[in-house]
Design a protein around this ligand. Structure first.
Ligand SMILES: [Cu+2]
Length: 414
């Protein structure tokens, strides 16, 4: 990934014209492996967690330490009901278009926050939810999600890239506020680019080309509600023309959260065991570090998916899971760097944890790691703020880089 903004690495995959016309401002990461050096030797077992900044403004926040069975509100923002317009499927990915009350959201580029207010009389906040249909895990890192709304006369009334967003309630999704629509009949087309992050092996052969979904709805401007007309059409662009299929449509409303299914195998790949090294917390985020047996992962490179690792002698595959501590929704687009020191203070590993999608663990940051020998090690994780759009409940958190220090023993075998 080489520090390139995740959203744009796969531009080469998209049809010409689509790509040139449709790029919005790039949220750059501006990240460096720096400041990775805080260790308090007096507390070996529990992972320490420290913001590498003068974050005086953060201390007064109440992050709530109870495990929530139901979530009335997070950081003062209440959830509002959502309406599902359509559900379709693409090679095991569930694609849902949802509407909800227009919302103010925040763009954070790793440095500055920019408030995005809904346009005056905006009709709704459009959300495109992508997830694994078998396990319910969300699917961030699409190279681009683009929505186009056309009225009954064929005029395009809305045409925009959807921001990758995080939210405590909806989890990672792609969204934007759609400006005022008059009452009437509309066509919504959503174009979805292949994920451009690393992939666990169960995803190495799917989602290799852009895919689009088309559906029709009637908008009632008075009541602020949408009625779905007919089914949705789901189509994948292929070299030899287009494969179309009608897919099921769901008019369910008031849906909140994803359904979770138990699947032991996805695309022929089975879930594998992992081991928890440590858990730390940062302003309502749960940071879990796990290890598993060394494993290859897959990264898009031009028009192919490239296998990466594990190199000979890899000790383990490390996964860093970033989740909302109350709702367990994933925190995506947060660059994570790892540095590992031996007991005598020698740096034996430093590298980027690749943003990865997986059917069983959900989105995480991972890489194969090789340690020289069995022994005691210190792991420093540097997290950069998630650089994407956020719903308001995340307005005041994760604005500066943060370092987590963990101590662990490596027995020489995973
Ligand atoms: Cu949103």
């Amino acid at each position: 990934m080489n520090g390139a903004p995740v959203s744009w690495r796969l531009a080469g995959w998209l049809p010409v014209g689509w790509r040139t016309r449709r790029l919005l401002a790039v949220l750059t990461a501006g990240v460096l492996l720096a400041g990775c050096a805080r260790a308090d030797k007096n507390q070996p077992a529990a992972g320490q967690s420290a913001s590498s900044s003068s974050s005086s403004g953060m201390s007064g926040m109440n992050m709530g330490s109870k495990a929530a069975t139901h979530v009335p509100e997070v950081n003062g923002i209440k959830p509002v009901p959502t309406q599902t317009l359509a559900t379709s499927y693409w090679q095991g990915m569930e694609i849902q278009e949802q509407t909800r009350t227009p919302v103010r959201f925040i763009l954070f580029n790793g440095d500055k926050e920019q408030m995005v207010d809904p346009p005056k009389h905006a009709s709704f906040h459009l959300m495109v939810m992508l997830s694994d249909e078998r396990t319910g895990e969300p699917m961030p890192y699409s190279s681009s999600v683009w929505a186009t709304i056309t009225n009954s006369k064929g005029k395009v009334v809305y045409d925009s890239q959807q921001w990758p967003m995080i939210s405590a309630y909806m989890g990672p999704h792609y969204g934007d506020n759609v400006p005022q629509l008059a009452s009437g009949r509309y066509k919504l087309t959503v174009l979805i680019g292949p994920p451009n992050s690393a992939r666990a092996s169960e995803y190495k052969n799917v989602w290799l080309r852009p895919h689009d979904v088309t559906m029709y709805f009637r908008w009632n401007a008075k009541t602020g509600s949408a009625t779905v007309i007919g089914g949705s059409r789901s189509r994948t662009t292929s070299a030899s023309g287009s494969m179309s299929n009608m897919s099921g449509m769901s008019g369910r409303s008031g849906m909140s959260g994803r359904s979770v299914h138990t699947h032991v195998s996805v695309n022929g790949v089975r879930t594998t065991a992992s081991r928890l090294i440590a858990t730390a917390y940062w302003q309502g985020m749960r940071i879990q570090t796990r290890t598993a047996a060394p494993t290859p992962f897959y990264i898009p490179d031009g028009n192919v998916i490239k296998r990466v690792g594990p190199t000979a002698g890899s000790s383990f595959y490390m996964m860093v899971m970033l989740k909302d501590r109350d709702t367990s929704e994933a925190v995506t687009y947060a660059p994570v760097y790892a540095r590992i020191k031996s007991a005598v203070g020698k740096v034996v590993y430093h590298g980027r944890m690749e943003p990865t999608i997986s059917a069983f663990e959900g989105p995480y940051y991972g890489n194969n790691i090789k340690l020289p020998a069995a022994g005691h090690y210190t792991l420093m994780l540097r997290l950069d703020p998630p650089h994407q759009a956020r719903h308001l409940e995340y307005q005041h958190v994760w604005l500066r880089p943060h370092t987590v220090v963990e101590h662990f023993a490596w027995g020489g075998k995973q």
